[in-house]
Design a protein around this ligand. Structure first.
Ligand code: PHE
Length: 488
């Protein structure tokens, strides 16, 4: 072992002058000797001084000739002892580079006659180049002229060799003492703690990273949206029911029972419990009437409204179901203007792709007050989205069963250099608000958007399955930075 060899050697000798020579004398790898020297030096068992030496090593070409012979000798041996060989014939017997270099070197050495026919001029040659290369390979010293000629032929290159000279250090001992890292019960019982040498504390060592929980990017972005809503005076609605009845999810929103969204291809219906237990009967009656025959200046949808359809339980398809319940409760009280918001999960029976999942999060805001109009909606949307850093908005007329007018919201994306759809909005219809019991001049403006879309843009994620679901890389959750919307 290198450590025993070094400490043992220094017990009798003053110095190890050269770690390289020491390694080869003791049959050790120099790299191993160097590692041990560094460690022993660190604990001051030894003092080590750097030494550097210029040495020569073979290039790939040099290594080849050391093994196969120099090109000139290879060429000489390919020429017959008697007579001659045509140059073409000779070329066929040798590798192209060996032939080329061999011709010029053997010609220069006057070993062969080079013409159309090649013949030997001497009977015997020695491969001095090969011998020199082998000596360099073995670490032997060679003469200056030889070095220069091998260097000129690019068969050797200089290399700085690094090693150490070593002497005893202040803590020298022929064997390394084992330092104790712990004081044990046995040490105390045996009393050997008196002799023990303890390892010093390393106050600079870094501790292991502490374990802690991490917020998912969706939660971080959600918190930013909450902050914006709260700054604008909105109150959060309770969204803690994923299961909803068709009544609150669709009927109360004046969404007709034949509407395609109410198909099981678009909506997840519950098997158990398949129907809701109770609905406010007076209000159900008013909703039925507005669907069937209208009222409040509307003709209604003119179809037979079925209670069984309204009773069916489903996973809510939008958070507007929550808004509807809240508005219904609000209408029961003496009127006071309100601003409500919610951010929570919704479910749709959709085929999954890189931008769609069967469940996602909706952000929804609404303002309820007397005499609101479309200008108020545009104003609130401008305020809300400019707080998100989106100040260029455009609106496109759209259709929702429960809002009139309805507008899709577009924002100009500076990165993509185009208008992208960011949400949906509108004014809730009188057919929805008046059966709830609101005074006639009360208007509700509302809008909704997904939480996933802005989160994917903010965190540069282009496949929704990398953000949500069983394929999410947990280290993404650990690493993702905090989110600060609108402060830049
Ligand atoms: N509920 C709509 C949707 O799911 C969003 C919306 C909310 C539209 C409020 C208008 C008013 O897309």
């Amino acid at each position: 072992m290198a450590e025993d060899a070094i400490l043992g050697y220094l017990a009798a000798a003053e110095e190890i002058p050269d770690s390289g020579k020491f390694a080869s004398q003791h049959g050790l790898q120099h790299s191993e000797v160097v590692n041990v020297i560094k460690s022993l030096h660190g604990f001051r068992y030894i003092d080590a001084q750097d030494i550097k030496r210029e040495s020569w090593v073979l290039t790939d070409e040099g290594k080849k000739y050391a093994a196969e012979g120099s090109p000139e000798v290879q060429l000489f041996l390919a020429v017959p002892q008697e007579g001659s060989i045509s140059k073409d014939e000779l070329q066929k017997k040798l590798q192209p580079s060996v032939f080329k270099i061999g011709c010029s070197q053997a010609g220069k050495n006057k070993w062969v006659d080079m013409g159309k026919q090649v013949s030997r001029k001497v009977q015997h040659v020695e491969d001095k180049v090969k011998d020199l290369l082998i000596r360099v390979q073995n670490g032997e010293e060679i003469g200056k002229d030889d070095v220069n000629s091998l260097k000129a032929r690019k068969l050797i290159v200089a290399q700085t060799w690094k090693g150490y000279s070593v002497r005893k250090g202040p803590n020298y001992a022929p064997k390394r003492k084992k330092v104790a890292t712990d004081l044990t019960r046995e040490n105390l019982q045996r009393g050997d703690w008196k002799e023990l040498e303890f390892k010093e504390y390393n106050f600079n060592a870094k501790g292991p990273p502490s374990e802690s929980g991490h917020l998912h990017p969706l939660l971080k972005v959600k918190q930013q949206f909450k902050n914006i809503f709260v700054q604008m005076g909105f109150e959060e609605m309770p969204t803690n029911n994923f299961v909803e009845s068709s009544f609150w999810n669709f009927d109360a929103l004046f969404q007709p029972q034949q509407h395609p969204a109410r198909d099981s291809h678009d909506t997840f219906f519950l098997e158990a419990p398949s129907t809701t237990r109770e609905l406010p009967e007076d209000y159900v009656e008013l909703v039925k009437r507005v669907h069937e025959s209208g009222g409040y200046g509307s003709r209604g949808y003119m179809y037979d409204w079925k209670r069984e359809e309204a009773n069916k339980n489903l996973l809510r398809t939008h958070t507007t179901a929550v808004s509807t319940r809240m508005l219904y409760a609000l209408a029961k009280q003496p009127f006071a203007p309100k601003r409500y918001f919610s951010i929570d999960r919704v479910f749709r029976n959709e085929s999954v792709d890189r931008t769609h999942l069967a469940e996602f999060h909706q952000i929804e805001g609404l303002v309820c007050d007397r005499g609101l109009n479309l200008g108020d909606l545009i104003g609130v949307l401008d305020d809300f989205f400019s707080r998100l850093g989106m100040s260029k908005l455009r609106f496109k007329p759209a259709y929702n069963p429960y809002t009139e007018p309805s507008m899709e919201i577009f924002s100009y994306h500076e990165g993509l250099k185009k208008w992208v759809e960011i949400g949906n909005s509108g004014m809730f219809r009188p057919e929805m608000l008046l059966p709830m019991g609101f005074p006639e001049d009360v208007r509700v403006i509302a809008w909704g958007l997904s939480l996933e879309r802005p989160t994917m843009i903010l965190y540069g994620i282009d496949n929704i399955r990398d953000l949500f679901g069983h394929k999410v890389d947990l280290s993404l959750i650990k690493r993702n930075p905090i989110c600060r919307i609108g402060l830049n």
